[in-house]
Design a protein around this ligand. Sequence first.
Ligand code: COA
Ligand code: NAP
Length: 270
Amino acid sequence: MENRGPVMKAQFDYNETNVFVVGGTSGINLGIAQAFAAAGARIGVASRKQSKVDDAVASLESDAGPALGYAFDVRNPDDVSAAFDSFAAEVGKIHVVISGAAGNFPAPANKLSPNGFKSVVDIDLLGTFHVMRAAYPHMIRPGGSLINISAPQSTVAMPFQVHVCAAKAGVDMVTKCLAFEWASEGLRVNGVVPGPIDGTEGMDRLAPGDKAKAMIAKTVPQKRLGTPEDVARACLYLGSDAAGYVNGQILGADGGWAIAGAAVGGLMMA
Ligand code: COA
Ligand code: NAP
C-alpha cells in the first residue's frame, strides 16, 4: 500500500544547519543523511570502514552538497569524541545528531556466546551513549536535537534476538534519561523505531530471501515493507522546530508493525 497523503514530499528547510549521522554510510542511516542533505544541511557521516565512509561522502556530495566523513568504531569513546570535535571545529555548532550504528545477527540464546551478546550491546547501547556524550558539548543551545535509531526489538520480544532486544531496550532508556536531563539546556532527545525496511542489511540478515520478506510485509498493518525515506521523514520532523515540544519520545516509522506485537517476531524467524 503506497502513501496516499496530500503531502507526498516533506518540506523541511535545513539550510545553514549541521547534521552528523553516525552509522550513516549505508542502509537506513545513509537514507537519513541523504534526506537531510537534500533539505540543505551540511552533513557529517561516520562508520568503521574507511571505504564505506568515502563512498557515502562521494554520493552525498554528488547528490547535494559538501559532506565530511569520519572512520571510527562507536565502541571506542575517545575516537567518537575526536570525530565530533573535528566535525564541530570544521562546521561550528551541531543542530541534529542521528545515532544509528548497530550490529545484528540471529542466534539462539543457548548458542550465543557471551562475547556475541556483548558485541551487540557494546555497539548498540554503549555506542549510543558514547555518541550522545561526544555530541553533547557541541550541540546548539537552544534547539539541538539528538535522535537515536532504535528497533521494534526494544519493546517486542523476538526469538534469536535476545542480544538485540536487550541492547535496543537500553537505547530507548538512554534516550528518555538524556531527554529528561538535557531538556533544561534546550536540547531534545528522541528515538525512531524503523519497521522492516526493504533493501537493508538488517532485513537481509533477519529475513533473507524474497519469500521471507513477502511474509513479513503481510504482518505489517500497512501491508508493505518500509523504505529508508519513510524513516528519514520521521527524523526530518524530529530534528525540526515542528517537533519543538516533542522530547523523550520513541517514534515508530514502521507502518504500525510494533503494535502487531510479538507474533511478528515469531513469524520473522519462521
Ligand atoms: N551467530 C552467533 N554468534 C556470532 C555471529 C552469528 N551470526 N556473528 C558473530 N558472532 C559472535 C562471534 O562468534 C564473536 O563471539 P566469540 O568471540 O565468542 O566467538 C562475537 O559475536 C563477535 O564477533 P566479531 O566478528 O568479532 O564481531 P565484530 O565486532 O567484528 O562485528 C557484528 C560485530 C558481529 C555485530 C557484525 O555482524 C557487524 O559488524 N555488524 C554490522 C552490520 C549489521 O549488523 N547491520 C545490521 C544492523 S541492524
Ligand atoms: P546497516 O546498513 O548495516 O547500517 C549500520 C551502519 O552502522 C553502517 O554504516 C555500519 O558501517 C555502521 N556500524 C556498524 N557497526 C559499527 C561500529 N561498531 N562503529 C561504527 N559504525 C558501525 O544496517 P541497517 O539495516 O540500515 O540498520 C540501520 C539502523 O536501523 C540500525 O540502528 C538498526 O538497528 C536499525 N533498524 C533497522 C531495521 C531494518 O529493517 N533494517 C529495522 C529496525 C531498526 P560499517 O560497517 O562501516 O561500520
